[in-house]
Design a binder for this molecule. Structure first.
Ligand code: 6R9
Length: 674
């Protein structure tokens, strides 16, 4: 096996943990592999069966329509559905009508640490609210099918309610993380040509009130195209409402009779539900489109397989709805299943590092979905905060966002899960919309390996290949690809908002003619067919699980008057997994000073958002480049993380190595002068 490390820990390919008491669904790896092969060979049938478990207004005429290229696909053509119907209407007709759908806790606590605000919505409550909001948005603001709305909201119940209301109307939405800057928001509004922006006055974060409306105002004015802004009152802040443009949600609703509703639009299965912007290697963020039908099928299947979701579960995903994990696995996935989904406004360590564990105890959470970064951060507080609470209700734990290092895995397994619960690391990405590689304890549990993602899920043809697209030998690092289409995948020509060619070229042209979806990750496949994703193969950063493009940060840096050129790379970080560091070449006459360092960090924070603030800025006289002038970020990354050059060039064009060496020596010299 090739040695692969993450945050400094070597991955233990040989370790296996068996949980025989998990039940009769435990199976051997061999049997499971055989089962998987069958699902991949008959993948159309596999997904058609999954789709039949949902409800459709109108059935499909074909399961899958393959287009000109192997990758131009349409899932369930002819079928009509609406994800809001799947999440709400079909449950309120049955026994789940008054089951709790959503439990929400605000951040503020009382003197003894109990939440000051808890809201619970049954399926019927949610259905009624969503109907009223949809009615108000349509009748007062004229929003109809095909319109676009941008969402800039904190973690409050109105957020999922609004998403479901827009889905109901067939309005395509883009939710933008509330920690993003006005520039970032404006960029998305413009690309989407959104006419409505929905936001809140502010929210609570670590005991402080953060204002949101002002940032929304800046973005709305700089975009120049927002006709209406809807504002949710969360905190009760005094905010400026612009006459004729801005309206409070509660004012919109006050004029709506309690029984007003809107029938869900009957949409084609692949009608866009949302556009979520995500960072890539080059250029600005890409607007990834997910649809109603295929996406719902993928979420339904993964909720069953990966989370083993049952009616009696209390399911808690700790993500923010501003990222894909929150879209898929706080809102749509659990609600499609009729589950009880937990939503928390705050952070895990405020006011104390046992906040999440108190939530698990208070509601008897059974299924817990979190991130390696949060786990590593909480590990620093030791085991006492965990021990303070009764976590015996937990039966299943998963993580997402970045590779999980073995010690974080063991901590979740031993201290949080009490060695009873399977712990998994679910690999997927914004583009896939749902989980692709993970243990599937809801189907069959195979032995666990600390740090592995596991075998691909049933129906998913994931593999690890070399530059030519041929499978690499087991134990060798290669590129992760998905070889067959799956429902929910954004399909060219409609995969990327406004830029179909870019979609095809970014994801499908790495291995020409093969029709493989290229994920942009390195991975290793072990002797049992388990996949271990080892981080990005491109220039995308994963900071605390958040995806950030180097290009976007570099553009922010060079927009500063002192900076001529900049390169941003990731440095391994013991908690965040990676943190961005910047290398800047200054303009003539500008000199490096500690003040300038601080200013550049602030500059990036203001232009992008706090998550992207470089932890260090180094001044250099030149950046290492290829002959064609491309910055060799991989080389800078190796220098910054102190790793061997050999490590980073194994998969590269051999001929570039000498050039790399020359550039390396020059760069080290330039750093010395910085
Ligand atoms: C869901 C999400 C996608 C990238 C992906 C990979 C990394 C996510 C992972 C993981 C190893 C896991 N990633 N989950 N790497 N193990 N369990 O994170 O989407 O923000 O689009 O990022 O995240 O590098 O390519 P997104």
């Amino acid at each position: 096996m090739e040695e692969v490390t993450f945050v400094g820990e070597a991955l233990p390919f040989e370790e296996r943990i068996e949980l025989p008491n998990w039940g009769r669904r435990a199976t051997t790896i061999k049997d499971y592999q055989r089962y998987l092969i069958g699902t991949v060979e008959n993948f159309r049938e596999f997904w058609a069966n999954a789709a039949r478990e949902l409800e459709w207004f109108q059935p499909w005429t074909a399961v899958l329509e393959d287009g000109e290229h192997p990758y131009v696909t349409r899932w369930f053509p002819g079928a009509k559905t609406n994800i809001s119907h799947l999440c709400l209407d079909r449950h309120v007709r049955g026994s789940r009508k008054n089951k709790v759908a959503l439990i929400w806790e605000g951040e503020p606590r009382d003197e003894v640490g109990n939440p000051r605000e808890v809201r619970k919505y049954t399926y019927y409550d949610l259905w009624r609210e969503v109907n009223r909001v949809a009615f108000a948005l349509r009748s007062k603001l004229g929003l109809v099918r095909g319109d676009r709305a941008a969402i800039y909201m904190p973690m409050i119940p109105e957020l999922p309610i609004i998403l479901l209301a827009l889905a109901r109307l067939g309005v395509i939405f883009s939710a933008v993380f509330s920690g993003f800057s006005a520039d970032n928001l404006a960029l998305r509004i413009k690309d989407l040509e959104a006419k409505v922006l929905i936001t809140a006055d502010g929210f609570y974060r670590r005991g402080k009130v953060l204002r949101l409306k002002e940032t929304a105002d800046q973005a709305a004015s700089s975009s120049g195209i927002i006709q209406n802004m809807v504002v949710v009152r969360r905190v009760g802040l005094e905010v400026k409402m612009r006459e004729g443009r801005d309206v409070w949600l509660h004012d919109l609703l006050s004029a709506v009779p309690p029984t007003s509703g809107v029938e869900p639009e009957r949409l084609e299965s692949d009608y866009p539900l949302y556009v979520l912007y995500t960072s890539g290697t080059t250029g600005g963020p890409k607007g990834i489109i997910h649809d109603h039908g295929g996406y719902a099928v993928l979420l339904h299947t993964t909720m069953k397989e990966v989370f083993d979701i049952k009616d009696e579960d209390v399911y808690y995903c700790t993500a923010d709805i501003g990222w894909v994990t929150g879209h898929s696995y706080i809102v749509f996935g659990p609600l499609i299943e009729g589950a009880t989904t937990m939503m928390f406004e705050g952070t895990p360590d405020y006011p104390a590092p046992d906040t999440w564990w108190s939530i698990v105890e208070r509601y008897g959470v059974t299924v817990f979905y979190t991130t390696p970064t949060a786990t590593r951060m909480l590990m620093k507080f030791g085991n006492d905060p965990v021990k303070k609470h009764d976590l015996s209700t937990l039966r299943l734990i998963h993580s997402v966002g970045e590779p999980i290092n073995p010690s974080a895995w063991y901590w979740l397994f031993e201290h949080v899960g009490g060695k009873r619960c399977p712990v998994g690391s679910t690999w997927w990405m914004t583009e896939t919309g749902g989980i692709m590689i993970s243990y599937a304890p809801g189907t069959k549990l195979v032995p666990l390996k600390p740090g592995a993602n596991g075998p691909p899920l049933p129906g998913i043809d994931a593999d690890v290949v070399d530059e030519a697209g041929d499978p690499v030998p087991q134990g060798k690092k290669g590129f992760l690809v998905i070889k067959k289409p799956f429902p929910g995948m954004p399909s060219p020509p409609t995969g990327m908002w406004g830029d179909p060619e870019r979609y095809a070229s970014v994801y499908f042209e790495k291995f020409p003619g093969k029709g493989y979806f290229y994920a942009g990750d390195y991975a290793v496949k072990d002797v049992d067919g388990y996949i271990w994703v080892a981080g990005r193969a491109d220039e995308v950063l994963k900071v605390a699980g958040h995806r950030i493009g180097t290009y976007e940060l570099e553009s922010a840096l060079v927009s500063h008057p002192a900076v001529a050129e900049a390169a941003v790379v990731a440095r391994p970080d013991p908690v965040k997994g990676e943190s961005p560091i910047a290398f800047a070449v200054l303009k003539e006459g500008r000199h490096p000073t500690p003040e300038l360092t601080a200013e550049l960090r602030r500059w990036v924070r203001e232009r992008f958002g706090a998550i992207a603030e470089p932890s260090d800025v180094f001044f250099v006289t030149r950046l290492p480049k290829t002959r064609s002038g491309k910055i060799m970020r991989r080389l800078i990354k190796a220098v910054a993380s102190g790793s061997q050059l050999g490590d980073i060039t194994t998969l590269e064009d051999e001929g570039a190595v000498d050039e790399v060496k020359v550039a390396y020596q020059e760069f080290v010299k330039a750093m010395g002068r910085g």
